[in-house]
Design a protein around this ligand. Structure first.
Ligand code: SF4
Length: 460
């Protein structure tokens, strides 16, 4: 997700390349909206950024400002109607992109329906857009200030009207949102790697409960809602954000390397070789090798052109995607006692197949070292981790998980180890998928992924 206010620049091209850098955050659909002479144009479609846009489409997207989005679904399915940016005109024309998950989506949807507001899709993002678009108020900044207290859950959001781009973050700052400078102009994005690719410079993160507004007057900020206790997603540090992004003052490549070092300290093992599950396990594997003094090599080669399996929705697609993804190298692993370092295990399908492939390639022993604790709880704040029952760590001990995966040994990094590497206080984070402690209230009350489909299309 990003926003660029930059009159005089080719804003569509800036948005395109920014989204290109953020592709890992969602691969179901991509979209860009621009505003030219008071007219908002939105283009969005299913697929990767490079599949959705070509030179001709970018040329048609003229303007002084742009917002963009790559989607993977948390509330609402992956259908075209749910692609973003969402465009609405219920009195105020706007386009909007959102990262997160509203926990009161059903309640708000019902309220808006009762007011006669119709929806095209079934995403919680369209609810935010409808609230902003239908509310009275001359300035979008005031409207955001009215609407934000009605939203519950995780929402890093960027909206564009004919006059401004506004970006705002929920009072707990669950999902990331950063502010950057592009010469005399300003940009916002989910991650700082989007700034690097377009030559912008990271200024800081948007504060929890803060709104930044990018207009011809430059940058204005307002603390709209009093910040609650911070609940920054710790999984962004472990896996989700790109390793060259900066979060809470640190580049994630180094944070993840430190996780690998601590993992060795906590769970050493007698072995001959360290390999990573590429690409997401690379930094932790490097740290593990560094701390252990063991040699490291690439025992698994990844097909770079296969999308990350984690973000493809649906069990069957995940399994099918996987077989295309990794190829073990018998020349590297045969006869060796291998340590395989990965960042996390959710369902375990990927890991089980990797262990099997390495054994087939001749590995003598396979020891799994994971640079995060076991994931045992679903995320209600914007990461699709599926249900508790599908998680391999659900109701299993570490030994049982190791058996299930076919590994000779398995160890996870402790929560304390994660925070030692992250370097900011544990109480400033959400770690609910690991600990079951949900910082924004009772998770059972939260809506499931298809909650809005169930209301919009009553079950037969
Ligand atoms: S539950 Fe996990 S993935 Fe979801 S916001 Fe919390 S730490 Fe992040």
């Amino acid at each position: 997700m990003l926003g660029v206010y930059a009159p005089g620049h080719d804003v569509a091209r800036l948005a395109y390349f920014g989204l290109y850098a953020l592709q890992h955050r969602g691969q179901e659909s991509a979209g860009i909206a621009t505003c030219e002479g008071g007219h908002i144009t939105t283009m969005r479609d299913s697929g990767l950024v490079s599949q959705v846009f070509d030179e001709e489409k970018l040329k048609a997207l003229e303007g002084d400002m742009a917002i963009g989005h790559v989607r993977y679904s948390t509330t609402g399915g992956g259908s075209w109607e749910n692609a973003q940016p969402v465009w609405r005109d219920d009195g105020r024309e706007l386009a909007l992109a959102h990262n997160g998950n509203l926990t009161n989506a059903v309640e708000l949807w019902n309220e808006l329906k009762a007011e006669g507001i119709a929806f095209r899709g079934t995403s919680d993002s369209e609810i935010i857009a409808a609230l902003l678009s239908s509310s009275d108020g001359k300035y979008i900044e005031d409207v955001v200030a009215d609407v934000m207290p009605r939203l519950e859950g995780a929402y890093s959001t960027v909206a564009m009207t004919k006059h401004a781009i506004v970006a705002f973050r929920d009072p707990h700052g669950v999902r990331p949102l950063s502010l950057g400078r592009l010469g005399e102009r300003f940009v916002v994005a989910s991650e700082s790697c989007a700034f690097d690719i377009i030559g912008a410079e990271l200024m800081r993160e948007v504060h929890p409960g803060e709104m930044v507004s990018l207009t011809e007057r430059g940058l204005e900020t307002r603390q709209v809602v009093r910040a609650g206790s911070p609940a920054h997603c710790v999984f962004e540090h472990i896996y989700f954000s790109r390793p060259d992004s900066r979060l809470e003052g640190k580049v994630l490549q180094q944070v993840r390397g430190k996780m690998g070092e601590i993992l060795w300290r906590e769970a050493p093992v007698e072995a001959d070789l360290v390999i990573s599950v590429p690409d997401s396990g690379n930094p932790a594997a490097a740290g593990f090798a560094r701390a252990s003094g063991l040699p490291r090599d690439d025992g698994l080669i990844k097909n770079r052109y296969v999308a990350r399996t984690f973000i493809q929705p649906g069990q069957e697609l995940r399994k099918r995607g996987l077989r295309l993804k990794f190829n073990p190298l018998p020349e590297i692993v045969s006869g060796q006692r291998i340590v395989v370092v990965d960042d996390s295990i959710v369902r375990g399908n990927t890991t089980r197949q990797i262990v099997g492939m390495l054994r087939d390639a001749g590995a003598r022993e396979v020891h799994l070292r994971i640079s995060a604790p076991p994931i045992r709880n679903p995320c209600h704040y914007g990461v699709d981790m599926s249900t508790r029952e599908e998680m391999i760590a659900h109701n299993r001990t570490i030994e049982e998980i190791a058996d299930e995966l076919g590994a000779d040994s398995l160890a996870y990094l402790s929560m304390e180890g994660v925070y030692e590497a992250v370097g900011t206080p544990p109480e400033d984070h959400c770690d609910a998928c690991f600990t079951g402690r949900y910082p924004l209230g009772d998770p059972e009350e939260a809506n499931g992924k298809f909650a809005l489909e169930q209301i919009a299309v009553p079950a037969k």
